[in-house]
Design a protein around this ligand. Sequence first.
Ligand SMILES: *Cc1c(COP(=O)(O)O)cnc(C)c1O
Length: 377
Amino acid sequence: MDGVTRTDRQSEAAGAGGASGYLTIDLAALARNYERLCAEVAPARAAAVVKADAYGLGAARVAERLYAHGCRDFFVAQFVEALALRPLLAADATVFVLNGLQPGNEFPAARDGIVPVINSLEQWRQWADAARMLARRLPAVLQFDTGMSRLGVPPEERAALAELVKSEGGIDILFVMSHLASADDADSDQNAGQLAEMERVTADFPQFLVCFANSGGVFLGKTYHGVLARPGIALYGGAPTAGRANPMEPVVRLDIAVVQTRTVPAGTRIGYSGTHVTTGSTRLATIAAGYADGMLRSLSDRGAVFCDGVRLPIVGRVSMDSITIDVSALPEGRLKLGSLVEVLGSHQTLEDVARDAGTIAYEILTSLGHRYERQYR
Ligand SMILES: *Cc1c(COP(=O)(O)O)cnc(C)c1O
């Protein structure tokens, strides 16, 4: 779809849900992205990272669709997300919790068959204690820190963990894993450094399968794939590698409705604090989304929206519920109450908006607000 008005659909949609922004999520494109990633890592398999509500797109819909395309491994970050997702998936799917479990969550996790990632000796002991108390074996993934210093057992504790793995029988280790800090930068020497450290991990734990690559890692080559890759952003259309052509299909489209238009003379101040002052007669439109909807305030006086392929700059501050745009480049009368402008679509990618906002595509997606009408295609 291009940037033309969709008046019929829009009035229908407005009548149905009352929204003034429309978030379209293309599940077929999501599935094609999954298949593209599967092909890239074959014969390894691809999991789906669906943390933070599938990067804002809806974990239930995303996971259901990917399950239908053969995905059986789903990673969330927090246990609360696993509790919500687990009942929606068939028994042959596995839900992994990247952060592992907080004390007290072991029994609900064991009950629901949720698999924690064990990041520390403390988390190992907690899970091993639960296995002992339940008098049954419990599954887990072991994460190692290979150079990010965020999560995972650090190199100096590997020997102690190896001892625990040997002496405690209660935990079934499904994979050893680690996470790349710079996988989106194919030229970063941190990638090879982490790969070398991961090879030392697998030398210490040769009996276990390896889970390593995120989206960027998938495109770093075979040596990064292990047996199970963990892509997130690439599924949702984000670029896995910075500065390279994006091999993924866009999944998200976002259109926002116009609330009001006006023409103002030169010297008019626009928005909070009057940060933008017009230099000539200017036609303006105010659209119905703001920072409360995930249109980040850092887009103030920087970002743009599109209509008919024409770039319409954001002028003045982004407000909580609205943004003013300069529409002088469009024919007069082109935009009116209820017309739609494109924030994400064929003229503006996630990466474009992220760049203008001074952030990354991940933050744009996970900030997408809840006042939009969501349409799954
Ligand atoms: C978020 C995350 C991923 C997915 O990363 P993408 O860059 O979105 O592909 C994979 N593994 C871990 C540990 C993560 O935290």
